[in-house]
Write a protein that binds this ligand. Structure first.
Ligand SMILES: [Zn+2]
Length: 354
C-alpha cells in the first residue's frame, strides 16, 4: 500500500520543501497524485508522480447531448471537455496521452456530471443512472482508438455527490461493469465525497456511516477499489440549511464563480483525527491511499502527517515546519472538484447556453 499526497501541475514543487525526497521519506509518503491539465505535463513532476488525477469537466453532458454552452474552445475543455461529441472524445484522449509519459499507476476521472445552472441546488435534475450510462458511452468512444482498445494506464473512476457515480451501494459499480467496453479500469473511492451524499454531521458519524456502507459492498467492488481519496467531510448541517440559488439569467460565469465558496463549504477535505478511520482502510485495502488535503490556508503537510500517522503509528517524526514554506496554497478543493484553475480565468466575454 502506497501513501500519496495530492498535488497539481498548477503548483510549484518547491512550495512543499527544498529536498522533496527527504521530506517524503520522513513523513511516510511514496510520492504524489498529480492533477494534470490539458497541456503536456512538465517532466519536473514525473519523478514524484505515482498517479495522476485527470482534469474534470463539470458539465460534459451538455456538449455530449448537443446543448453546449457558448464559450471559447479553450474554456469549453475545462467545463465540458469540448463543444460537441468529436471534441469531447479528442479532449479525453488527449488528456490521457498528456499524462502517459509520467507512467501513472492510475489516472483518476470523476464519473459524474452536474448541470452548471444547478451548482447551488440541494437536489439535481439529472438521473444518476443516465449520467453513468452516458459516461460509459463517452469513455468507450474515447478509449476505442488506443492500441488494443485499452488506455495506456488504468483509469480509476471517482465518486462525487453530484449525479453519476456515488457508491452508496454496489449498483453504480454493476452499471459500469455492464457498460464499459475496455478492461483497464477500476474505482477510486473518495471517502469525503461519499459522506457528502449522506446525513453526516461529525467525523465520527462519517466513519460509522461509511463502515456500514462498506459492509454492504460485494468483494468484487472492494477488489475494484484500487485507490482511496482519504479525508472526511461532515457538512450535513450546511447541506440541509444553505440557501439555494438557481441560475436563471445573466452571465453563467458569475454564477459559477459565486459557487466556489458553496462547494468548498460542502466538500470539506479535512484530515481525520479519530484513529477509527484506519478501519475504513483496513476493509478496502487499496493499493494507493491518496491523502487529499488542501490545508485550508496552513501547511497541508501537517494535515498529511496527522492523518498518515493514524494509519501506521510509530514510524514518523513530526514534520519540521521550516521544511515547507507553504504559501496559502491554491484552493485545491476547487481545482479538484470543479473546474481546474484555468477555467476560473473566465471573467468576461460571452458565456451563454448556445
Ligand atoms: Zn477526490
Amino acid at each position: 500500500m502506497k501513501h500519496l499526497f495530492s498535488y497539481s501541475v498548477y503548483q510549484d514543487l518547491n512550495d512543499i520543501g527544498k529536498d522533496l525526497q527527504a521530506t517524503f521519506s520522513r513523513i511516510g509518503c511514496n510520492g504524489l497524485e498529480t492533477l494534470t491539465s490539458h497541456e503536456a505535463m512538465d517532466p519536473v513532476y514525473h519523478r514524484y508522480t505515482v498517479s495522476v488525477h485527470l482534469p474534470f469537466a463539470t458539465d460534459w453532458l451538455a456538449a455530449w447531448e448537443g446543448r453546449a454552452y457558448e464559450m471559447s474552445e479553450y474554456y469549453s475543455k475545462y467545463y465540458m471537455y469540448g463543444r460537441d461529441r468529436d471534441e469531447v472524445i479528442a479532449t479525453i484522449r488527449n488528456m490521457i496521452e498528456m499524462a502517459a509519459p509520467a507512467h501513472p499507476e492510475h489516472g483518476v476521472i470523476h464519473a459524474s456530471n452536474v448541470d452548471l445552472t444547478e451548482l447551488r441546488k440541494r437536489r439535481y435534475s439529472l438521473d444518476s443512472n443516465r449520467v453513468l450510462r452516458t459516461f460509459c458511452e463517452m469513455m468507450n468512444a474515447s478509449v476505442a482508438d488506443f492500441p488494443g482498445g485499452e488506455p495506456p494506464f488504468k483509469l480509476a473512476f471517482e465518486n462525487l455527490w453530484w449525479p453519476g457515480l456515488r457508491l452508496q451501494s454496489d449498483s453504480d459499480y454493476r452499471l459500469l461493469e455492464k457498460h464499459l467496453e475496455f478492461e483497464n479500469w477500476g474505482i477510486c473511492l473518495d471517502t469525503g465525497h461519499l459522506m457528502n451524499t449522506l446525513p453526516v454531521y461529525t467525523e465520527q458519524d462519517g466513519i460509522e456511516t461509511l463502515l456500514k456502507i462498506f459492509d454492504g459492498y460485494s468483494q468484487d467492488l472492494i477488489d475494484a477499489i484500487g485507490g482511496v481519496h482519504f479525508h472526511y467531510s461532515a457538512s450535513g448541517r450546511y447541506r440541509e440549511t444553505f440557501e439555494e440559488v438557481v441560475h436563471t439569467d445573466g452571465p453563467i460565469n458569475e454564477y459559477i464563480a459565486g459557487s466556489y465558496h458553496h462547494i468548498s463549504t460542502l466538500d470539506q477535505h479535512l484530515p481525520f483525527s479519530d484513529p477509527r478511520c484506519k478501519e475504513l482502510i483496513d476493509i478496502l485495502r487499496p493499493d494507493l491511499v491518496i491523502h487529499e488535503l488542501p490545508g485550508h490556508g496552513h501547511d497541508p503537510l501537517l494535515d498529511y502527517v496527522q492523518q498518515r500517522s493514524l494509519l501506521d503509528r510509530a514510524r514518523y517524526r513530526p514534520l519540521n515546519r521550516t521544511d515547507s514554506k507553504q504559501p496559502s496554497i491554491l484552493p485545491i478543493k476547487v481545482l479538484y472538484i470543479m473546474l481546474n484553475r484555468e477555467s476560473r480565468g473566465i471573467s468576461n466575454g460571452t458565456f451563454q447556453r448556445g
